[in-house]
Design a protein around this ligand. Sequence first.
Ligand code: ACM
Length: 640
Amino acid sequence: VKNHSRRTRAALGAVCLAAALTVPLSSQAQAAPAAAVPSIVPKPVSATAGHGRFELTRSTRIVAGSNAATPVAQVLAADLAPATGQRFGITRGRAHDGDIRLVLGNPGALPSEGYRLSVTSHGVTLESPSQHGLFDGVQTILQLLPPWIAHTTPLPGPWTIPAVTVTDYPRYQYRGVMLDIGRHFEPPAAVEKLIDIASAYKVNTLHLHVSDDQGFRIAIKGLPNLTTIGSQGSACATGCTTPDPGGYWTQAQYKGVVAYAAAHFMTVVPEVDTPGHNNAIIMSEYNDTANPLLNGHPQDINCSNSNPPKWNYTWDVGYSALCPASDNTWTIISTIVKQLSAMSSSPYYDLGGDEVQTITPAQYAALVNRESGIVAANGKTPMGWADGYATVAGTTPPAGSIGEAWEPGGTDAVQAVQKGMKVVMAPADHTYLDQSYPAPDKSGLGLGWACGGCDLAVNYGWDPATVTAGVTDKNIIGVEGALWSETLPNFTDAEYLLLPRLLAVAEIAWSPAGARTGPAFQDFASRVAAQGARFQSAGYNFFTTSQVPWRLDLTADVGHGTLALLGAPGVPTSALTAKINWGDGTTTAGTITGTAATTKTVNGLYSVGGHHTYAHGGAHHVTVTVTETNGATATVHLTI
Ligand code: ACM
């Protein structure tokens, strides 16, 4: 059942109808709807609805309680600006009625990333012991505003926040999303969009898989072949003859993304997978005989199943490996680890370690053990896929190093704990975001080996601490969703697999343990539904899974022949009708127009419009009502 709540809106803006009748405008505040528990993802530790609501006005200021709160105040002002069309002033000192106040402090035993948010009709106060906690609280404020706050151009609002008190803090310190730019190249702008998406749901770690058999994506000084040769292509399906286009980032671009992430309170963990998954490195350096860093016979790096090595842009795994006995291997690894570590913000460096088949366990252990020392010498804590790094006989990960456990059932998590590691839980059957969707999806995107055709309830229906005996929250530092890119030639396709499933990963990582099935899943799904118009406003692609009760959202957007903007995720215009009550005793049918969905893209926001000639000038109170064939309706009132 779609949303039946009546959405009460007042409009500011210009109108030009068919008769070229342009009239002065009024803004009118209307009665608040009954208080409901707001839709926040991830679900906060506690949220209590109050009475009334706060409204952003022309005089609202953002008051930073200290210099240290100012950067987060600037984030909030920047996030509010596009949709409101307003530059909110940031001031220090006392808050007035109607202001938003950001305070660094601890209102009562909150952990560092915790926050307390109080919204009344008089103002908003956000308090946290840390800037990171203030940033998390700002994400909650943005979700409490109408979804249209994510729109990239100005809308009339009104911009209201229901009165509420929220006390919130994360379950896990590490809340990650991984993107594979090795198999399919993505430019920095795409990764910055991922940072926008993820940080809005309090994900704080970007794990960037920068190299795989099909490509190496970051320029490394002294080893130019890694990108001139190693970045030329991207994966293409088995049987394909021409690789998809490749590409690489300069170090300045990588640093730019790290800085962009930092501004969103996310750290970046780089991963150059070793000793396997690196045909691109081997292809780049195998004939690099004149490189002064190498010893003139770099062919000895190749322990793949093919010698000489050859390009393989298919989805095969396990056929490539670097040889631990080669000095050149160590020059290459040391050079990469040193440069990437120096540019990265995370305490972790990920050495990969998964799915190696062409060297012996002893060779494998020799390689990852020595690389662990190099990582530590560069000031980072080693992290690696637990199926290899924690599991292969003879590996000795340093105390406190991180095993990322991806095997369904958590066998590799148990191995990591037994080796004294901390664990990031990423069980593929719940958190691998590259897995395909069920019908009615026809995108053809995604693999199926771990959880093919599984939907949001599967991504949500698990708990990190009960995947396997012997691995509890004492061992677990966090949760990650991994977006592998074999089937994803562009970021629009990647977004389709990412959303809304990333929200399940984010909630598992942030919110307290609890039921994740039945009514708890229905509650989650209804909160996800509230994100639909937000995603559409921000221009995000997503899968309109039937497990989410997507709703109709309507707001005033008065322009030439248009009156309102409609969010109706997954609903074609043919299933919608609009009615316009012009406020002078006339009601006509409205038109609904916009971009239709394709098999790989969600439909766009729709415009609702109509034409009418008034007999008399003056203010008219117009009501726009949209009805879906299943009975769902949404209504907006505006004055023209
Ligand atoms: C992995 O899925 N091979 C980490």
